[in-house]
Design a protein around this ligand. Structure first.
Ligand SMILES: *[C@@H]1O[C@H](CO)[C@@H](O)[C@H](O)[C@H]1NC(C)=O
Ligand SMILES: *[C@@H]1O[C@H](CO)[C@@H](O)[C@H](O)[C@H]1NC(C)=O
Ligand SMILES: *[C@@H]1O[C@H](CO)[C@@H](O)[C@H](O)[C@H]1NC(C)=O
Length: 200
């Protein structure tokens, strides 16, 4: 009875930790994403950590062994770690020029701490020349997805810039016109002051 309860608690704990260590990231074809992976093993020096990134748990993506980076041929030029982050045990990688076949499970295994983290990547197809459809990415609101969205729609920024520019033109035009309208009003006051000065 007691052992049964213990086992139940253990199973629940495993399920909970498994769920929290699994995250979903989405990107668009041709875009890029950062796949996060950090070690919490503070008793190990960062330079002694070896990191093995895999796709669907079997296909090699990228290894970081003794600080050396080895990228698999399929990911040549498309997987980049952040060497400046190794010191903080951050072994995240950036995946560039995303393809739809990159979808699936990415896992990072760190030795000698034996830490395992998996990230589900969803690559949504994007037409090369079409305007971006933002509705798809809104389903998972995350820092990463927001970054992807901003990177993928530079045309929005252009339209905002044009809008601000037109607004400024209108404001300048109004200010200019109003100056002309009110110019005549203060003139008599000035002459009164001038006259007073002359009398002294
Ligand atoms: C959002 O990203 C964090 C890591 O930055 C991850 O832990 C979390 O599971 C993600 N959430 C979703 C809904 O993708
Ligand atoms: C790890 O490094 C990447 C790239 O600089 C950064 O985006 C990410 O936020 C870092 N993660 C942590 C947990 O510091
Ligand atoms: C990885 O798994 C996903 C879903 O299980 C699948 O769609 C994808 O084709 C797989 N990719 C590789 C390279 O095995």
């Amino acid at each position: 009875m007691f052992m049964g309860l213990k086992y139940f608690i253990w199973t629940v704990a495993v399920l909970l930790t498994k769920e929290s260590s699994q995250s979903t990231i989405s990107g668009v074809t041709g875009g890029s994403v950062i796949l996060p992976c950090s070690s919490t093993g503070h008793e190990i020096k960062p330079q002694d950590c070896n990191v093995y990134w895999r796709h669907n748990d079997t296909k090699k993506v990228c290894d970081i062994v003794k600080g050396e980076v080895l990228v698999a041929q399929q990911y040549s030029g498309r997987a980049e770690p952040f060497p400046e982050e190794y010191g903080s045990r951050n072994f995240s990688i950036k995946l560039l020029s995303l393809k739809q076949t990159d979808s699936g499970l990415f896992s990072c295994f760190i030795t000698p701490t034996d830490e395992y983290k998996s990230i589900e990547l969803i690559v949504v197809h994007r037409e090369p020349q079409k305007e971006t459809t933002t509705t798809i990415y809104d389903t998972t609101i995350n820092d990463t997805t927001i970054n992807v969205k901003e990177e993928s729609s530079p045309s929005h920024m252009v339209w905002i810039a044009i809008g601000i520019f037109i607004l400024m033109l209108v404001v300048v035009a109004i200010v200019y016109l109003c100056k002309n309208c009110f110019k005549k009003a203060p003139v008599p006051e000035f002459s009164v002051v001038m006259n007073l000065d002359e009398e002294h």
